[in-house]
Design a protein around this ligand. Structure first.
Ligand code: MLT
Length: 275
């Protein structure tokens, strides 16, 4: 049963399940909290798992125009306030969720005790990529979310065909088709303008786990390895048999790595899962 939580100028729909230290799951674009279900099923046995639908996605309210990565990060801090969570949390973000995590680390560092970055990037958009996003934002409002489903779905999974991947693709198509085009447009405009996070990676001093699917074509392993090298306390792992959505495509391996990292954070070690 999802909760509805009011934050300034929006109402977020969240999955809040389990007890223990809190993990805040931040979904990618243009998805919703359900992309974390395999992690939540496992980790909620001994953690509090909080997975919101970001502003404009899932069942949360829509803000028209543009929503910046800074705004999404501030929404997450407001959500923790509304839930009266004052202890630092582990934030786990995928792709756009990672762009938001960089801003959360910069603006709300005291609320973080660990960072899990899945299939994400620290570089900003090139001029060409930003222009394409702005065009997509206008197009999706005119012609509907299917446009984005068709553009994104072929890039989400590894190349190997399987029944499970086909089912996941169909499921994500349904999620995207149910997403308000104005929410998709607002996040696209926000991503087009996102800052270059590389200059502040070296200042993120909590433990970090950097995960990437071995066939991720959106945020490739070499790029994520460079991110891990810039973070002061990061462990880098490549997830086999997966593309951009490693937590969904290979939940078994992902969950084992998340559990080891969470144990290490709990035990107060600065560097987790040494290779
Ligand atoms: C995502 O999965 O969140 C997107 O691939 C992010 C992006 O379009 O840059």
């Amino acid at each position: 049963m999802l909760k509805r939580i009011d934050i300034p100028e929006a109402t977020l729909s969240i999955n809040d399940v389990g007890q223990g230290s809190s993990i805040l799951f931040v979904h990618g674009f243009p998805l919703d909290h359900t992309m974390w279900r395999e992690q939540i099923a496992d980790l909620s046995r001994d953690h509090r798992c909080i997975a919101p639908d970001l502003r404009g996605f899932g069942q949360s309210t829509v803000t028209e125009g543009k929503v910046s990565m800074e705004q999404f990060a501030d929404d997450l801090a407001a959500l923790l306030d509304a839930l009266m969570i004052t202890e630092p949390v582990v934030l786990c973000g995928l792709s756009m969720g990672g762009y938001i995590a960089w801003q959360f680390a910069r603006r709300h560092a005291a609320r973080l005790k660990g960072l899990i970055l899945c299939d994400t990037r620290a570089v900003p958009d090139s001029a060409e990529a930003a222009a394409n996003r702005l065009k997509l934002a206008d197009d999706v409002v005119r012609s509907g979310s299917e446009l984005v489903a068709n553009a994104m779905l072929p890039k989400f999974f590894s190349e190997r065909e399987s029944n499970r991947r086909s089912i996941l693709k169909e499921e994500l198509r349904r999620v995207i088709l149910a997403t308000d085009p104005r929410g998709i447009a607002a996040a696209s405009r926000g991503m087009a303008e996102r800052a270059d996070a590389r200059p502040w990676l070296t200042t993120i001093d909590c433990p970090a786990l950097v995960l990437v699917g071995e066939q991720d074509v959106i945020s490739p392993p070499a790029e994520m390895s460079a991110i891990a090298s810039s973070l002061p306390h990061a462990t880098f792992r490549v997830i086999p048999d997966s593309g951009h959505l490693a937590p969904l495509e290979n939940p078994g391996t992902t969950n084992i790595l998340l559990r080891s990292f969470l144990t290490c954070v709990r035990d107060g070690k600065a560097d987790c899962l040494p290779s």
